[in-house]
Design a protein around this ligand. Structure first.
Ligand SMILES: *Cc1c(COP(=O)(O)O)cnc(C)c1O
Length: 494
């Protein structure tokens, strides 16, 4: 049976999986959600014997029902190959009472590779299926990691262009170097005078601009999104939660059916939403622990039922979580509103116009399975420091937010359920913050000297992704104001 996707803001906009992947955002600004969440149809025992790729097929076939078996398997094989530096793709590492699910073994050493390695293949397959003749133009706003992962995924892919906007002072030096050295004639990287939310809003406005769409269509182009609002990002992210559970079964850490908790360092709410979908597929997950940094809109939301982005934006050492509008939360809101698109659209209108909304007590009652908390900058650094001192294991700043929040959760609840922490970036990507947390003597060192020092301290080789950019040429130097974004796009698409 074919699974359809519906807009969170318009019950009449119903499309196939491949159409949802191609469109990214629904007309009228809604997000596509599956009309029902399918149940896993293989047992947890059977899953425990599967490779990452096999698990990916078992999960994704249930969501992307208009893909043939061979189409989907081809996409999976092309995505999860030797670009990853381990056959396990997403290894689990035990340290100090929790399992770290390392999602950073792909080409840009952050978890966004998990989805963005496969998205270009899903998108090209979707375009073919729907007789699309235009070139697909990927338009992306990034707080650091999405940009490079999307560039790496789409660079050189025929029939596609990719344009990435990043806040010029809001990403780490290594993140920036990774992006501005990107190869490929079909790539463009642009810094904006503004923060991530402004970049994201600018991109959303271009997606909603009908005149611009018509103008580009005439030139043989159409927009699509690689942001985590694309269902083609969300679905591949469900896979690793299922896989991590299956690995715990395989290694006899849990029995099939035992519950686990999942902790996710959260920004745009995509990664934790994937865990929520995994739970709804029947994966035995107890608590979904949502970890925020000092931009703790989500913590406040889970505590009070009020989402309020009217506050100072804080630049932290976990920049990929410096977000005040968590776009994917809309999918959860739609769900707890009883899949009522009118109700959801009204809340999103309030968010758009006043920067805040409040959910009803009935909606809030459905959020029991979530626990939200946050760590400040000092707590995040201390978490890195203490874990290293205790175990020798080095984690990045984003993962440290999750580990710090998990410690608070345990102190609050005494819950000793087996727990998986999503480890979203390699410490090498944030070497300066990580090394400063370990010892202040590193503060004066150069970025790449720090990378070498980190390699010694952690006993881990410098990842290829970092080696590659050491001496690479800067190819992308454009900086623009927020309101110049559409012109930059027009200039590139000639
Ligand atoms: C994107 C990102 C996050 C946040 O993930 P969301 O899906 O946006 O919530 C956390 N950590 C790292 C390293 C990231 O790149």
């Amino acid at each position: 049976m074919e699974l359809k996707y519906v807009s969170t803001r318009d019950a009449n906009e119903v499309v196939s999986a491949s159409q949802a992947i191609l469109k990214g955002l629904a007309n009228g600004g809604g997000l596509f959600v599956p009309t029902t969440i399918p149940k896993l149809d293989v047992s947890l025992e059977d899953l425990s014997k599967m490779s990452y790729q096999q698990t990916a097929y078992e999960v994704m076939k249930l969501f992307l029902t208009d893909f043939t078996e061979s189409e989907l398997k081809t996409c999976i094989e092309r995505a999860y190959d030797s670009k990853f530096d381990t056959d396990e793709i997403a290894p689990l590492v035990y340290a100090d009472g929790a399992y770290y699910l390392e999602l950073f073994h792909g080409s840009t050493i952050a978890f966004k590779d998990m989805a963005l390695s496969i998205l270009p293949h899903l998108m090209i397959t979707s375009a073919r299926k729907n007789n699309v003749k235009n070139d697909i133009v990927i338009l992306t706003a990034t707080s650091g990691d999405t940009g490079k992962a999307a560039l790496a995924g789409f660079a050189g892919v025929e029939g596609t262009r990719i344009i990435v906007f990043y806040p010029k002072d809001g990403v780490s030096p290594i993140q920036k170097q990774q992006m501005v050295t990107q190869l490929g004639d079909n790539t463009l990287v642009v810094g904006i005078d503004g923060n991530f939310d402004q970049a994201q809003t600018g991109v959303k406005q271009m997606f909603a601009d009908k005149e611009m769409a018509a103008e580009l269509d005439a030139k043989g182009f159409q927009f699509s999104s690689a942001n985590s609002i694309n269902i083609g990002r969300l679905v591949p992210q469900i896979v690793y939660y299922v896989y991590s559970y299956a690995k715990l079964v395989e290694n006899e850490k849990i029995k099939p059916g035992d519950k686990i908790n999942v902790v996710v360092p959260t920004g745009n709410f995509g990664n934790i939403l994937a865990a929520f979908y995994a739970k709804n597929m029947g994966l035995p997950i107890a608590k979904l622990i949502c970890a925020s940094n000092e931009n703790k809109v989500l913590y406040d939301f889970f505590s009070t039922g009020v989402y309020d982005k009217n506050r100072d934006f804080v630049l932290t050492n976990s920049p990929s979580m410096d977000i005040l509008i968590s776009s994917n939360l809309e999918r959860l809101i739609y769900r707890i509103a009883g899949e009522d698109s009118v109700k959801n659209a009204e809340l999103m209108r309030q968010l758009n116009e006043t920067g805040k909304y409040e959910i009803t007590p009935e909606m809030k009652a459905q959020l029991d399975e979530f626990y939200g908390n946050y760590t400040d900058e000092a707590e995040t650094a201390k978490t890195i420091h203490d874990l290293y001192e205790k175990t020798g294991y080095v984690i990045d700043t984003h993962t440290a937010v999750a580990a710090g929040v998990y410690a608070k959760y345990k102190a609050d609840t005494n819950d000793d359920t087996t727990t998986v922490i999503a480890s979203t970036a390699s410490p090498f990507k944030f070497a300066r913050s990580v090394m400063s947390a370990i010892d202040s003597k590193y503060e004066s060192m150069e970025d790449f000297a720090l990378v070498d020092e980190l390699s010694k301290v952690a006993g881990v080789e410098v990842p290829k992704a970092v080696e590659e950019i050491r001496d690479a040429e800067v190819r992308h130097k454009t900086i623009c104001a927020v309101d110049e974004m559409p012109q930059v796009v027009r200039d590139f698409l000639v």
